[in-house]
Design a protein around this ligand. Structure first.
Ligand SMILES: [Zn+2]
Length: 263
């Protein structure tokens, strides 16, 4: 099994990416695979893009919509790379409609830092947004239909392996175990009983979320409140090689999408 690199002490010290070139690759690849793109924010030469891939089968009873976002933390390169690979692999079932936001924090990536250029953690900014990036993302979300599922792609530099958060208040068929089982052959799973201060089991955290008590909403809280009743925050372990982390995220997304569409 893949060994930890031992590089990440007190923060992320692993590989970095040139976000401009990754975003260029994404914007070049997307139309070739039938995606349209909308720019919902710009800063200098950087674009915040929302990609949309319509369902190929237009039976409305079967169609499901999924919001996939990545790159909200600028020191987590696996997310935008996973977005690129998902586009290039093009393994989507016919009746799924995907909304893919490959990088929510390009300015963080320019600095290899978690926060945006003003030091705001965008993933704590979804209740009373202070950042332009989050305001623009929410303004874009308000123009979209509801989703059947959201997936937020992240990394954790402290993790011993892959893990995920499940939010599923209506107790729909869970997708957590399916994702963990799919990821296990490609990336170690964090078996810790406590992860990020929360009880975990087999790489799955099912947090008791108190939306109203928490002032600093992550993106997931916005989705649960406004857009979708089931979703997952996926955390790839930064202390493993970057291709392993990308593969873990891609594998988890494919497993979730296929399982959702099969039920
Ligand atoms: Zn993150």
């Amino acid at each position: 099994m893949t060994q930890r690199l031992g590089k990440n002490l007190n923060g992320y010290h692993g590989e970095t990416i040139d976000i401009r070139s990754v975003l260029r690759e994404i914007e070049t690849a997307a139309p070739a695979y039938g995606w349209t793109s909308e720019i919902f924010h710009t800063h200098g030469d950087l674009d915040w893009v929302a990609l949309h891939r319509p369902a190929r089968i237009t039976d409305h009873a079967l169609r499901k919509r999924i919001h996939i976002s990545a790159g909200i933390h600028g020191d987590e390169p696996a997310g935008p790379l996973a977005a690129l690979k998902l586009i290039q692999d093009d393994l989507w079932p016919g009746n799924v409609e995907i909304f893919l936001l490959p990088c929510l924090n390009p300015l963080g990536f320019l600095r290899n830092q978690r926060a945006n250029a003003d030091g705001i953690d965008l993933n704590r900014d979804y209740r009373n947004p202070q950042s332009t990036e989050t305001r623009r993302h929410i303004a874009w979300l308000e123009r979209q239909p509801r989703f059947d599922l959201y997936l937020c792609l992240h990394e954790d530099w402290e993790a011993h392996g892959f893990y995920l958060y499940e939010t599923n208040p209506d107790e729909r068929t869970p997708l957590a175990e399916i994702m963990i089982a799919a990821v296990a052959p490609v990336c170690p799973v964090d078996g810790s009983e406590i992860i990020e201060g929360r009880p975990a089991q087999g790489g799955i955290i099912r947090p008791k979320i108190s939306l109203q008590e928490r002032p600093d909403w992550p993106e997931a809280f916005y989705h649960i409140t406004h857009k979708a009743r089931q979703g997952y925050t996926l955390e790839a372990p930064s202390d493993f090689p970057l291709p392993v982390r990308v593969s873990a995220l891609v594998t988890a997304v494919n497993a979730a999408v296929n399982s959702l569409m099969a039920r």
